[in-house]
Design a protein around this ligand. Structure first.
Ligand SMILES: [Zn+2]
Length: 351
């Protein structure tokens, strides 16, 4: 396999140090992924990258220095929670910087031509973290930090940033709301945490039209996600012609996830990864960088990550059949939502 064709992961054992046994966002989520990769002998197919800790200057491209200082101080004082959802340990500041460093390492491996696609398995996750606020289990916005560095270090000016975590990527939306260099597309459950992500939130100023929310009702599964890709995300990519595709990859859309109410099967994850791979192959030489977000059903999380990697790497690994899978019912009209989103797309502006 030639350089630049391979798929990789970013992993560091210290990603496990930020954990809380009483919290759904705990180290077992990542251990499950790594042990499935090991059990199926798949690590040999992946290039593994060990990240460096992000520099404070890299983090403050996205976050305020006050936010950084606040998190550091709270950890130093031994506080165990930043808000009702977001816990801290004595390692959390350092591990959060390492998680941001993981996103940066994945992005540099892909934009530097070493890998075709790369999945950063950094924890804590990032997509809820806003420039001046930690929330939703997230301290720093790993993906946003990487996107910023892609623009600054590699001169990339058209980033398609897709967020398929079941929750709205409010933090990433806020980071790039005025920015036409990042087309942010979030597909999420609504109503659900954190309550933002209405399809009327379309960006502002120069960034108007470059923020697209697809808020689907609870109960949606493979078919509804397929429709959203076919009718919104693929046409958007065609109009925008991205230079790289970034994905906030949460797997809490899995039908058995304990924190949310969507109905994806592993076939659904494979289909989404295939859409993204085809978009990236068509417009940007296959360049895809993924960041680990949510996913709280341990086997579901592990199998979803491996399914996505297999699809990106074109491995001959059959998609795992569900033992028990019930799709639906859907508590609303997803097709009406998709039609409303389409009506507001400023496709002409993206050309
Ligand atoms: Zn989530």
């Amino acid at each position: 396999m030639t350089a630049g064709m391979k798929t990789g992961i970013v992993y560091h054992p210290d990603f496990l140090l930020h954990t809380n046994p009483h919290h759904p966002e705990r180290k077992e989520r990542l251990e499950a992924v790594m042990s499935l990769l090991a059990r199926e002998n798949l690590l040999t197919r992946l290039q593994q990258i060990l990240p460096l800790t992000a520099a404070l200057e890299e983090v403050t491209q996205v976050h305020t220095p006050q936010h950084l200082e606040y998190v550091r101080k709270m950890v130093e004082r031994g506080n165990s929670y930043l808000d009702a959802d977001t816990y801290l340990t004595k390692h959390s500041f350092d591990v959060a910087l390492l998680s941001a460093g993981g996103a940066l390492a994945a992005m540099r491996a892909v934009l530097g031509g070493e890998l075709r696609s790369c999945f950063s398995l950094g924890r804590p996750p990032g997509h809820h973290a806003e420039p001046d606020n930690a929330m939703g289990f997230c301290l720093f916005n790993n993906g946003a930090i990487a996107a910023h560095a892609a623009m600054k270090e590699y001169g990339v000016s058209k980033i398609l940033f897709l967020d398929w975590d079941v929750h709205h990527g409010n933090g990433t939306q806020k980071c790039f709301y005025h920015c036409p260099e990042v087309l942010f597309v979030s597909i999420h459950q609504s109503p659900a945490y954190p309550g933002t992500g209405h399809h009327h939130e379309r960006g502002a100023g120069q960034g108007l039209g470059y923020n697209v929310n697809i808020p689907l009702p609870p109960g949606c599964g493979d078919e509804e996600y397929d429709a959203a890709f076919r009718e919104v995300i693929v046409p958007l990519a065609e109009a925008y012609r991205p230079e790289v595709v970034l994905v906030s990859s949460g797997h809490d859309t899995y039908h058995a996830d304990p924190l949310a109410g969507m109905s994806l099967s592993f076939k659904g994850f494979a289909a989404m990864a295939r859409y993204v791979r085809e978009i990236a192959e068509t417009y940007c030489g296959g360049r895809i960088v993924l960041f680990l977000e949510g996913g709280y059903h341990l086997q579901g999380q592990a199998e979803a990550v491996v399914t996505i990697l297999a699809e990106l790497g074109k491995w001959e690994r059959p998609v795992r059949e569900e033992e028990v899978y019930r799709s639906g019912p859907v508590f609303g009209n997803p097709h009406k939502v998709i039609a409303a989103v389409r009506e507001h797309l400023l496709l002409h502006k993206l050309k």
